[in-house]
Write a protein that binds this ligand. Sequence first.
Ligand SMILES: [Zn+2]
Length: 311
Amino acid sequence: MKKTVKTRKVSGVDSVEPAITPLKESPSIPRKSKLPPIGAPRLDIPEGLWTKCPKCGEILYDKYLDDNLKVCMHCHFHFPIGARERINALVETCSFEEIDADLQSFDFLEFKGPNNYTDKLRQNQQKTGLKDAIVTGICKIGSFTVALGVMDFRFLGGSMGSVVGEKITRLIEKATDRRLPVIIFSASGGARMYEGMFSLMQMAKTSAALSFHAKARLPYISVLTHPTTAGVMASFASLGDIILAEPKAMIGFAGPRVIKETTHSELPPGFQTSEFLLDHGFIDAIVDRTQMKHTLQQLLQCMCPDKSTLD
Ligand SMILES: [Zn+2]
């Protein structure tokens, strides 16, 4: 009996027949989706490995972005950065001695509103790993010993409640006692509404501590990062002997919409950015995050040249 050999008519690896290029208009072949038109938003990028720059649209490898202190390698856009990351980027290894690390807020006013303050505090502590919106400590930057405070906008918008105010005040007082320069990085939406008038009192308290620090003829460098507004801007953030800012940071007291409605006038282009404030003399320099440590060392060298050998 004659044996017939059947051949499979499937194109691909196992096929015994050569694959035939289908006709262009064949209805059985799924057609490749068309590319989106120029200017259309790109497809979503999976999280965890790559980040899309919101300014230039480049896709950035997270490791390289972290190595560059979260500054876009193409357009220098400054991504938000946490307080601990910023401290690690600034200070000498293992030199940061945190103070008041366990100080944390509680709902002493029993705030009544759409959100429960105790729940909000717990959520933000879990989210950031911080007790409140600022980390303070004594550390070395280059060969200089400094009192450093770094705010973290992720914690309730960097709002200044009684703990933030107290930690800043204690940092400044410690610096005055030890005759150290103070450096504070601000990032804040203003006073913390959950603490009512007590949050506003922090403006006077921190300013008074800085006044004693200045009378002791000790330097204070204020660094404004995106965004620095309201009660923080109206107190310690604007009192620096030298005021630096990161590029394109939003800096101001009230938001532009409120100012526009109050003054009934058009706001100039670039209003409330660090570049605008540099042009109008409010800040002394705009410093790229990758150059911040070097710049601070140069300033400290000028402001306290005899302190570089302390400790
Ligand atoms: Zn970019």
